[in-house]
Write a protein that binds this ligand. Sequence first.
Ligand code: KIV
Ligand code: ZN
Length: 392
Amino acid sequence: MTDKVYIFDTTLRDGEQSAGVGFTIEDKLEVARALGRMNVDIIEAGFPISSPGDLAAVSLIAREVKGPVIAGLARAANPDIDACWEAVRNAETPRIHVFISSSEIHMAHQLRKNREDVIEMARASVARAKKYVSDVEFSPMDATRSDPEFVYQIVQAAIEEGATTVNIPDTVGYAIPRDFEEFIRNIRKNVPDIDKARISVHCHNDLGMAVANSLAGVKIGGARQVECTINGLGERAGNTSLEEVVMAVRTRRDHFGLELGIDTSQIVAASRLVSQTTGFVVQPNKAVVGANAFAHASGIHQDGVLKARDTYEIMRAEDVGAPWNPLVLGKHSGRHAVLKRCNDLGLNVETTELVDVYRALMAIADDRKVIEDADVVAVVTALRAQAATGAA
Ligand code: KIV
Ligand code: ZN
């Protein structure tokens, strides 16, 4: 039997909680369709109680997007759960995702409830969701800052009421991989009915460790669902980046030994769509989807890649749906790359011309960040004109 890690995309819910992001209904449907094409396992389409518009958007996605499970988020309160059901009820496979905080700091200051009250609310809300739908996810919010014993208790209570996925959020991005994997392992050890549910991880990126924590939760902890977003969008510093988790599991299959259901060739298209609809620019050196993710600038690297791609590439641009144009000409480029670009442009530069072409291009390279194709054509044309005049 294959051991699969399920990809739960929350771009349209946690991603939409990024300051400055507000998707229209049309944006949401378009992004959900892109996620469907990518074959993500679960789409968390929104938080239906939060606004009539969000309820309508989740409901539209539930009707239109077939394939993935369509989930909605709900606090542990009846109106939230009822609104969530209303939104997801027409999905091919609906899920209700219920959460309540489990850390002392959240319970004391936000909920103003004690542990017994919170366990009761968790039980009642999972039981209510379960009346509507068989697929129920439960999250103890701020789990990584909670008393682990209390997390075991509340997770056990949720499973007793029928939760089929238990999600462990690092809500404030506080975890480090070593502690997080141990936390997940201890949940497996200390929750008596844990085998009746799938363990999920949901990590925020406040310390830049969301992907590392999620992968540690999977590899060593044994979690089999990762919650993530396209481009790592999300509350504050964002969430676990979908593209990084997926390509890490795929590229290092030797290490993880896990299957994925994702069509990775759709990754760059989804990244661009999310960037366009949110206005959040993807930094050029962003792993997997940045403009430079498969670009080589130094002469040594360019020469290596031209001889054999594996010298400096661990993934193929084509595998994530990006064109392979790896050579960026600039002041660090070598002759091999310049010759290749000249010939790609149909200039048929002879090796005898190359010394002068290279020298002339390097002379302008200091003033520019990148040597464009037009510069190459201009230099070769000018040198040939000079040579012709000299010969005449
Ligand atoms: O970060 C978090 O704790 C959440 C929960 C609602 C799962 O987003
Ligand atoms: Zn979150």
